[in-house]
Design a protein around this ligand. Structure first.
Ligand code: RIB
Length: 281
């Protein structure tokens, strides 16, 4: 029956479909959706809260079976005013500022720890962190892990670490380099995601600063592109497709069994050491 089938949809809201992280995530979601005869409807909100709310309302109007929301603008209010009254099942993942319902996440805290430990193992002591200008819970955990390892290794967060906040995009990374180069003592940079590293690469190249000999760069995410950067990007890999798959599984399980008790999935991350980091001599 065609009408029944059309109801088998899940809405997916991501902040930036232009970032390969989110396209890989969607790949994972699609795979599981298809296996279960569900169709995902995908929206990219460009980090725009108004747009995000608009898409959300449209999705609810179309009575989707459930929502996967990887986007920061979902507030407790939106949940109370839009989702709960309409009894829409939802899963908040990745970039979010509220914790509610089921959880599917990667180990951001450990990822931050791994990034800091890698730079410290290479004897870096003066480090820049290029972070997002709007921090969500996952990013906060990532930074916490990074900073905790710094502190344990006698790196002073006030005097040894330069923190630069910028939009979490290629352009944001590129623009952060203007500030970065004001700190010549820095020998290594941690960018909070791989996309920002693309911009950092360009900013450094334009100033004839060599990666990794003048400056080591470590990203975060493990998008497929990292291997095609020159030099190949050292990063922390999140199992992105798996994150998408598990998210769809957990949401569909919730849709099919609304009474099931709160589900939690934690996925591991790993260091991928490539060419963009080297020893500080
Ligand atoms: O590149 C996208 C980034 O934003 C990832 O690190 C992901 O975890 C999200 O927070």
């Amino acid at each position: 029956n065609l009408i029944m089938k059309s109801a088998q949809t899940i809405g997916v809201l991501v902040p930036n479909v232009g970032n390969p992280f989110f396209s890989e995530l969607i790949k994972g979601i699609q795979t599981i959706a298809r296996e279960n005869q569900f169709i995902p409807i995908i929206f990219s909100s460009n980090h725009d809260a108004e747009l995000e709310k608009y898409y959300l309302e449209k999705l609810v109007e179309r009575s989707v079976s459930g929502l996967i929301i990887a986007s920061a603008a979902i507030t407790a209010e939106v949940i109370d005013e839009i989702l709960n009254p309409n009894n829409i099942k939802y899963l908040l993942i990745d970039e979010n500022t509220v914790e509610a319902g089921d959880t599917v996440q990667t180990d951001d805290y450990h990822g931050g720890q791994l990034a800091a430990q890698h730079l410290i193992d290479l004897h870096h002591k003066k480090i820049a962190m290029i972070i997002s200008d709007s921090l969500t819970n996952n990013l906060r955990r990532r930074l916490q892990g990074f900073e905790d390892v710094c502190i344990k290794n006698d790196i002073d967060l006030k005097t040894d670490i330069v923190k630069i906040a910028s939009p979490m995009t290629k352009r944001g990374g590129y623009e952060a380099v203007t500030e970065l180069v004001k700190h010549p003592e820095v020998t290594a940079v941690f960018t909070i995601n791989d996309e920002m590293a693309v911009g950092v690469y360009r900013g450094l190249r334009e100033r004839k600063i060599d990666i990794p000999n003048d400056l080591s760069v470590i990203g975060y995410d493990g998008i497929e592109w990292g291997e095609y950067f020159s030099p190949k990007l050292t990063t922390i890999r999140q199992p992105i497709i798996e994150l998408g798959k598990k998210s769809a599984e957990v949401l569909l399980n919730r849709v099919n069994n609304p009474k099931v008790k709160t589900q939690t999935v934690n996925l591991p991350v790993e260091l991928v050491a490539r060419e963009s980091t080297t020893q500080n001599t």
